[in-house]
Design a protein around this ligand. Structure first.
Ligand SMILES: Cc1cc2nc3c(=O)[nH]c(=O)nc-3n(C[C@H](O)[C@H](O)[C@H](O)COP(=O)(O)OP(=O)(O)OC[C@H]3O[C@@H](n4cnc5c(N)ncnc54)[C@H](O)[C@@H]3O)c2cc1C
Length: 453
């Protein structure tokens, strides 16, 4: 490869920083362009952030570039979820029997750490306040506007990577090319964020070793701990109808909604009404496109290629995994970028399409079923099966969150095993003991089916 022109990355968000580090470590000159100012600069206004959870597949990708430790140092550890019922009872659901955990961190803090890590690579330079305004796909030229002066400049790139998020400008240029497929699907709900600070004596207001969920059908709140004992909550409401962003217009409406739906949380959120009205709701969207690349010139990664609902907590994890797998493809295909891009898409797109579907399904599970006794019984049986038969059974959630198994393979195994689980949950007294010959037989049979299929 010629060292003359740099690899250009549009977007210094989560995917952009990790990709820059991977490519920088290979010795490529990498220029990253970010439309916003440097968030680490004290003079730059802080944008609202939310908490995200990282799991095994995201962390493995960070480990490869030496970023695991600095990221985990800034994260809180959650070993399970606590489900808050309307009557005030709280049920704890551990994520696994073997101490698997999710790592909760604010997206802003994560981005700061990853920016510094990327910049520490000798070949990587990050330019802030540079918005990608135009792309000349065939020649590999990207045009950037300086958002502080309005001046524009053109950068000749060896390759261009679109890591510019769900509303990617790079993807918009690909959309104008021949036979480009694109779809977007908005959820009927949007979200806003609120904070539960620690108590006056400094203790966290809730158990800081768990993610807290208040499922109320189409409405839901999720509280993510941070290292300082604050909970960053995402409040999910429909855009229209009762208790929706459309109808919650006054202080009374908001308080009444909280008292009806989240009574045990009301006293924990200081300035609840002010927090609620402090910013407009954000929408949630699933975006799919095909292809993710233009010849050997342009490639999309992260949300730019595949924005998904946050129900499985996988968007950033999947974006980091994109970077790890792209790095593998570069290894395997040598200097042939055309082959690298094809191989990457072939490995990733089927899995990400599956993940997008899973996120929609899991969203229904989180909002509707997570407090349903039948659903909880099935989950408890699955947890016991995983405990007693670790060689024969792993629930889908664990395969997604605590392994690096491709998403499509995890779903295939889970679908084949679910018939066995349907039979097992019907066994009288199964919740008291799963250690029975017929259970082992059913699980072994389903596992044989998964290897045969
Ligand atoms: C409510 C919610 C909860 C979530 N929870 C989780 C979770 O628990 N776990 C998880 O793994 N994921 C979670 N996610 C998803 C995760 O936040 C995203 O998948 C992740 O941020 C994607 O990273 P990205 O770098 O592709 O895009 P982004 O993080 O959006 O970064 C894109 C960057 O590109 C820049 N940019 C955009 N346009 C331009 C342009 N024209 N020129 C230059 N720069 C540009 C942007 O300013 C931004 O810095 C959640 C998302 C939401 C909405």
């Amino acid at each position: 490869m010629s060292k003359r022109d740099p690899l250009v990355i549009v977007g210094a968000g989560l995917a952009g920083c990790v990709l820059a580090t991977y490519l920088g470590r290979r010795g490529y000159p990498v220029e990253v362009f970010e439309r916003h100012g440097d968030p680490r600069d004290a003079h730059v206004a802080k944008r609202p952030s939310l908490n995200i959870t990282l799991c095994k597949r995201g962390i493995s990708a960070l480990e490869r570039i030496g970023a695991q430790e600095i990221v985990l140092r800034a994260a809180a550890v959650a070993y399970g979820r606590k489900v808050h019922a309307l009557d005030g009872t709280v049920a704890y659901q551990p994520y696994s029997n073997t101490g698997d955990a999710l790592f909760s961190i604010s997206r802003a803090a994560l981005n700061d750490v990853l920016l510094s890590h990327a910049e520490a690579q000798p070949g990587v330079r990050i330019h802030f306040n540079r918005r990608c305004a135009q792309l000349d796909l065939a020649d590999g030229v990207a045009h950037f506007e300086d958002t502080t002066t309005g001046a524009t400049n053109a950068v000749q790139a060896e390759r261009i990577f679109g890591a510019d998020g769900a509303y990617s400008s790079v993807r918009q240029h690909l959309q104008k090319t021949e036979r480009f497929n694109y779809s977007q699907q908005y959820l009927d709900q949007g979200y806003t964020t609120m904070k539960i600070p620690p108590l006056a004596d400094g203790r966290p207001a809730l158990d800081a070793g768990a993610i807290h969920i208040w499922p109320r059908g189409q409405r839901m709140s999720i509280g993510f701990p941070d290292r300082e004992g604050t909970f960053n909550c995402s409040l999910l409401l429909p855009y229209r109808g009762a208790h929706s962003f459309e109808t919650l217009r006054t202080e009374e409406n908001v308080l009444q909604c909280f008292q009806e739906l989240f009574p045990d949380a009301v006293g924990l959120v200081p300035g609840l009404v002010e927090q609620f009205f402090s910013r407009p709701p954000n929408s949630l969207v699933t975006i799919r496109c095909n292809p993710w690349s233009y010849e050997d010139k342009v490639l999309l990664v992260g949300d730019a290629a595949h924005a998904i609902l946050p129900s499985y907590g996988q968007g950033a994890n999947a974006a980091f995994e994109d970077c790890r797998i792209l790095d593998q493809c570069i290894d395997e295909c040598g200097g042939d970028w055309y082959a690298v891009f094809r191989e990457f898409e072939q490995r990733r797109r089927p899995s990400l399409n599956v993940l997008a579907d899973l996120c929609v399904e899991h969203f229904v599970e989180l909002t509707e079923h997570v407090a349903d006794p039948k659903f909880l019984r099935r989950r408890e049986v699955e947890r016991r099966l995983e405990e007693v038969y670790p060689d024969l059974y792993q629930p889908l959630y664990s395969m997604v969150s605590f392994t690096s198994r491709p998403y499509a393979e995890a779903l295939r195994i889970s679908r084949l095993q679910s018939a066995a689980i349907d039979e097992i949950v019907l066994i009288e007294g199964i919740e008291r003991s799963v250690d029975r010959p017929e259970v082992r037989r059913l699980l072994s049979q389903s596992l044989r089916d998964t290897s045969a299929a």
